[in-house]
Design a protein around this ligand. Sequence first.
Ligand code: PGA
Length: 252
Amino acid sequence: MRKNIVAGNWKSNKTLTQALALAEEVKTLASQITTEAEIILGATSLYLLPIKKVLGEGSKVKISAQNTSAYGQGAFTGEISADQLASAEIPYVILGHSERRTLFGETDDIIQVKVKQALNAGLLPIFCCGEPFEIRQAGTQNDLVKIQVETALFGLSDEEMRKVVIAYEPVWAIGTGLTASAQQAQDMHAFIRSLIAIKFGKETAHEISILYGGSVKSSNAAEIFGMPDVDGGLIGGASLVADEFINIVKCA
Ligand code: PGA
């Protein structure tokens, strides 16, 4: 059975003290609700170990890095390799986020390497894809997302594919307050699942979680998460406020 997942993407927000306080608050609020959904906090790498300590052993709130190196260990100043993250017992890593693609020049080919590095190290990738506004306007969003998905994921084995979480995040909806309609999200998610089915088979396609991201709030989460191919969300701005984030988790 595929999992519902609600992952916060804190991006480069919060000081260490603020991040630990937020993690503590999320932990407390999460302990007060019953949910089957996996709750993940994607924080600045530097904060992941202290956050893990705050959350405690066996916590139902998990942590994620927001990037990893395309290289292994070695002379790569400033990089954090996938096996370094894995050695610190960080379970998840967000890869291919649109901000990495547009601001830091990450191509589909680079993301493909990162996905592979992450899986080889034993990390679970949260792979992001999604089209910019002009592509949506031109109506060619499926073509673009197909290339993103095929390039990054189609070289994986079936077993590897089952470890990947996909996040569909239309770039025009990220941090803009514009959300894809529930139907637009569903249409793209069904399309992505059909791509996975063609390459890896229906069973694998059925197993993987596909999250929606882009201006998700507690006021629109229930409708979007209620669609049959939407298995939760990747949440930016709204994940920076603990009770708002937990209200979103409750919708999953
Ligand atoms: P947003 O960001 O929820 O602030 O739109 C989503 C994301 O970038 O993952």
